[in-house]
Design a protein around this ligand. Structure first.
Ligand code: SF4
Length: 272
């Protein structure tokens, strides 16, 4: 019998915890916004990595670097030229779409080349873009996600970042906990988990953070998910704008709903 429960993936959980109103606009009201420039560059690198590691899985060798960077470039151009387009902040609009597009292509190409040279050789791919769905039992939704690269012995998640991650980033990552729980459920073992970063400094560099979860670390995740499920069910959607201090992501540069958000713009009349 097909599973009819809705699925909740990490980006939704992360969005709900950062701003539940943003979650409401996107997933309850269905107001889908185009991706931002950073997300489009990141997707460009991910498409290139997928090609590179698939070639390694099939032939034992990575793809030629030009083919990898071409894939990154094509993904960014495709996003900018698609009917959906790319979300530009006011600053980016002032800079000009062509200039922003060129910079996004450069960023994706540099990240793809850096990954190809430094991170891709470290991975021994057995399953690429491994999709999983987890029924936690008694939950109104299933968890779902995609493991970027499953080595068999380790799972990898590829990231791009503007600055080097904190040393304990992998230790603190809820995403790693959730993906480790998925791997335990799928394969009966808790994996080594690695975050492979391309850091977009002037001269790009890579950082690999490795961690391994203990079984006892899964219970707090499940409790947190129960609260989120309860919040969604009861339609509890607080504004990030109400946090003190207001978080950095509650800003017109990072939140596409900012200009129409009742939590920040004072465009609604409040009856008192
Ligand atoms: S503007 Fe702030 S409060 Fe409103 S949806 Fe965006 S992040 Fe949330």
């Amino acid at each position: 019998m097909p599973n009819s429960k809705p699925q909740l993936h990490w980006s939704q959980i992360s969005m709900y915890t950062k701003c539940a109103e943003q979650f409401r606009r996107r997933y309850v009201l269905g107001e889908i916004l185009p991706p931002g420039v950073g997300a489009v560059s990141g997707t460009g690198m991910h498409r290139a990595v997928e090609l590179d590691l698939t070639r390694k899985l099939e032939t034992g060798e990575l793809a030629p670097e030009e083919e990898v960077t071409e894939k990154a470039r094509d993904a960014v151009v495709g996003a900018f030229d698609s009917p959906e387009g790319v979300f530009l902040s006011d600053d980016e609009k002032a800079e000009g779409k062509d200039k922003v597009k060129a910079a996004a292509i450069d960023a994706a190409v540099v990240c793809a080349a850096t990954h190809h040279q430094e991170l891709a050789p470290l991975a021994k791919p057995r399953i690429i873009e491994r999709k999983w769905v987890l029924d936690l039992g008694g939950f109104p939704f299933d968890l779902s996600g995609t493991i970027d690269c499953d080595d068999g012995e380790a799972i990898w998640d590829w990231k791009t970042a503007k600055r080097s991650p904190a040393e304990d980033e992998a230790e603190q990552s809820g995403q790693i906990t959730m993906y480790s729980l998925a791997k335990l459920t799928l394969d009966g073992e808790i994996p080594t988990a690695r975050l492979g970063y391309v850091v977009k400094t002037k001269v790009p560099k890579t950082v690999v953070l490795e961690t391994r979860r203990e079984k006892r670390e899964f219970a707090p995740l499940v409790r947190a998910l129960e609260r989120i499920a309860d919040g969604i069910d009861k339609q509890v959607f607080p504004f990030a704008a109400s946090m003190a201090p207001r978080p950095w992501w509650c800003h017109p540069k990072w939140c596409g709903y900012y200009k129409t958000c009742e939590g920040v713009c004072n465009k609604v009349s409040v009856a008192v």
